[in-house]
Write a protein that binds this ligand. Structure first.
Ligand code: GLN
Length: 526
C-alpha cells in the first residue's frame, strides 16, 4: 500500500478535495486501484448534524454514513464505493480512545494525544486503506486528505500522525502533496509568499512537501514555479500549476499536461504506464444542445446540492446536452419565472421554511407540463401538492410541518427516536420497480438499490386514495413508496431516495437521464 497525503495551505476552499480526487483519477486511468480517506478535524462524529449551508452537502454512503461532500467527489472521480471508515473525524478518534480507556485497554497508562490519539489515527488510516481487510477490498494506493489548513490547532494531531507514518513507511511508499493558493496582486503579479509561509509551517511540523499544487486564477509560469521551487525546497517539476477551470472533470487532464503523472511515478517508484480507458473522453463529450433547469430551494448556495449539480452534468454529458442550472429561492419564485425553464427540480430538505413556494413550483410543473424531478422532500411535496390540488384535500401536509391531513407521516420506526445523529433511514435499500412504468424504462430492471436519508414517508393510510386519483407509485420497498410518476405528463417523476448519490460521470443516474432527456425535448418544442 502506498499513501498520498494531501494537505492544504493558506486558506480553505481551494479545491483540495478535487485535487486529491484528480490525483486518484490520474492513477486509476493507469490501471491502479485507488481508495481515499478524508480527515475532518472537527469534533462532530459525522457530518449528519451539520448545517449544509455552512459546511456543504451531507453526502450519504452505501452503508448509511453521513459524510463530508469530498467523499462524494472521491466516489464520482474514482468510481468506487466508500464506507464510514473512510471519513475520520476528531469526534470518532476521541470517542474510540475514550471507550478504550474506560474498558481498561490502557490500564496503568496516562492517556495522551501522543501516542494514544496519534496511534488511533494511524490505525484508522491503515484500516480504511484496506490493510486490515476493512472496506473496499485491496487498493494499490490510498489518498489521505487532511481537512483544514496547516497551522490549524484542530489538525495538529492528524499532521503529527502523518509525520509518524511517513517515518514508518519506505520513501517510495509515501508522497506529500501540498495544495496552496497563489494569489495575484493588484498589478496582476502572482505572489508566492503565502505559499512560502504555509510550507514553513509544514516544516515546523516535520513535514516536507514533495509536490506543491498551486491554485490560481491563471496558469503559473516558469518564473513563479522556479521561485516556489527555490523557497520550498523541491524540484521545479514538483510545482504543479492548477488554474481554475470551468468544469472540475477537466482538472485531471490539466494535471496530466503539467506532468504530474511522471512526478508521482518517480516519488512512488511506479513504472511508467499509458492512460487506458475512455474516462477523459466521457467527461469532455461535446454538447450539441442546451437546456435550462430551475432548482427550487431555500438555500442560495450551490455546495448544498453538489451531488445534484454533478448528476445533472453526468446525464447532460451522456446526452450531449449542456444543463444550465438556475438556483431559485423557494420563498420568492414566481410562476412566470418558472415557466421559462425546460425543467424544474425540487431537491431534498428539512424543516418548514420555503415549503409553500416549493409546492407552488411543483403545481406549475404539473399543470404547465414542464418536466419535473422531485427528490426526497421534493417527492413528499409532490404528494402534498397532488393531494391538495387534484384530490381536494386542502389541509394536506407532512407530519414534519405540523397539523393537517398527514399524507406524509413519520416512519413507524422513527417514532421512538430521540438522538438526531445517524438515526434517519439511511443508505442503501432495495427498491422494486413496477412493470409498465417510466421508471422501468429508465432503470431497465425490476430490482434496484438507491441511497436514502429521511424520517418521513407516504402515509400508507392514504395510499389507495392517492393511487385511485392517478398517482402511480412506480417503485416500492415493501409497503413503502419510493418512486412516483404521473402518466400523461411529459415527465413527472419523484423519488423518496436520493439518486444523485449514485450518479457517476460514466454511469449517469436513470431518473436524471430521463429528466434531462425530457428537458431537451421541451427545449425542442419551444
Ligand atoms: N425532511 C424529509 C424527511 O425527513 C425529507 C428528507 C430529505 O429530503 N432528505 O423525510
Amino acid at each position: 500500500m502506498k499513501y498520498i497525503f494531501i494537505t492544504g495551505g493558506v486558506m480553505s476552499g481551494l479545491g483540495k478535495g478535487i485535487t486529491a480526487a484528480s490525483v486518484g483519477r490520474i492513477l486509476k486511468n493507469r490501471g491502479y486501484e485507488v481508495t481515499a480517506v478524508k480527515i475532518d478535524p472537527y469534533l462532530n462524529i459525522d457530518a449528519g448534524t451539520m448545517n449544509p449551508a455552512q459546511h456543504g452537502e451531507v453526502f450519504v454512503l452505501a452503508d448509511g454514513s453521513e459524510v463530508d461532500l469530498d467523499l462524494g467527489n472521491y466516489e464520482r472521480f474514482l468510481d468506487i464505493e466508500l464506507s464510514a471508515s473512510h471519513n475520520i473525524t476528531t469526534g470518532k478518534v476521541y470517542r474510540s480512545v475514550i471507550e478504550k480507556e474506560r474498558r481498561g485497554d490502557y490500564l496503568g497508562e496516562t492517556v495522551q494525544i501522543i501516542p494514544h490519539i496519534t496511534e488511533e489515527i494511524k490505525s484508522c488510516i491503515r484500516g480504511a486503506a484496506g490493510e486490515d481487510g476493512a472496506a473496499n477490498g485491496k487498493a494499490d494506493i490510498c489518498l489521505v486528505e487532511v481537512g483544514g489548513t496547516v497551522g490549524d490547532i484542530e489538525s495538529m494531531p492528524f499532521l503529527e500522525a502523518v509525520r509518524q507514518m511517513r517515518g514508518e513507511l519506505l520513501p517510495t511508499e509515501t508522497v506529500l502533496l501540498h495544495v496552496t493558493l497563489i494569489p495575484e496582486d493588484t498589478m496582476g503579479d502572482l505572489k508566492t509568499k503565502p505559499t512560502q509561509h504555509s510550507v514553513k509551517t509544514l516544516r515546523e511540523l516535520g513535514l516536507h512537501a514533495d509536490i506543491i499544487v498551486g491554485r490560481s486564477e491563471r496558469p503559473i509560469g516558469t518564473h513563479t514555479k522556479r521561485k516556489i521551487s527555490q523557497f520550498c525546497d523541491l524540484p521545479q517539476q514538483g510545482v504543479i500549476s492548477a488554474a481554475t477551470v470551468p468544469d472540475i472533470y477537466q482538472v485531471p487532464m490539466e494535471m496530466e499536461k503539467e506532468g504530474l503523472p511522471d512526478v508521482l511515478s518517480r516519488h512512488l517508484g511506479l513504472e511508467k504506464r499509458e492512460v487506458s480507458g475512455d474516462w477523459y473522453h466521457v467527461v469532455t463529450r461535446e454538447y450539441t444542445s442546451r437546456v435550462s433547469v430551475g432548482i427550487v430551494s431555500k438555500y442560495g448556495i450551490e455546495d448544498v446540492y453538489l451531488s445534484i449539480k454533478e448528476a445533472l452534468k453526468h446525464a447532460g454529458r451522456a446526452l450531449s446536452t449542456e444543463v444550465k442550472i438556475t438556483w431559485l429561492d423557494a420563498e420568492r419564485c414566481e410562476e412566470n419565472q418558472l415557466r421559462e425553464f425546460n425543467g424544474i427540480l425540487v431537491p431534498g430538505g428539512f424543516g418548514k421554511r420555503g415549503i409553500e413556494g416549493k409546492i407552488d413550483a411543483i403545481r406549475t410543473a404539473r399543470t404547465r407540463n414542464i418536466p419535473f424531478l422531485g427528490l426526497c422532500l421534493g417527492f413528499q411535496l409532490a404528494v402534498v401538492e397532488y393531494s391538495r390540488h387534484v384530490i381536494g384535500w386542502e389541509d394536506a401536509t407532512s407530519a414534519e410541518f405540523g397539523d393537517g391531513r398527514h399524507v406524509i407521516a413519520i416512519l413507524p420506526e422513527q417514532e421512538s427516536v430521540t438522538d438526531l445523529g445517524g438515526t434517519m433511514r439511511l443508505g442503501n435499500y432495495p427498491v422494486t420497480i413496477r412493470e409498465g412504468t417510466m421508471a422501468m424504462d429508465l432503470y431497465k430492471k425490476a430490482e434496484i438499490v438507491e441511497r436514502h436519508r429521511h424520517r418521513y414517508e407516504v402515509n400508507p393510510q392514504y395510499l389507495a386514495q392517492l393511487e385511485k386519483a392517478g398517482v402511480v407509485f412506480a417503485g416500492v420497498y415493501k409497503n413503502r413508496m419510493e418512486i412516483l410518476e404521473l402518466p400523461g405528463h411529459p415527465f413527472f417523476m419523484a423519488t423518496q431516495f436520493h439518486p444523485e448519490f449514485r450518479s457517476r460521470p460514466a454511469r449517469p443516474s436513470p431518473p436524471f437521464l430521463g429528466f434531462v432527456e425530457a428537458c431537451r425535448a421541451d427545449a425542442g418544442r419551444r
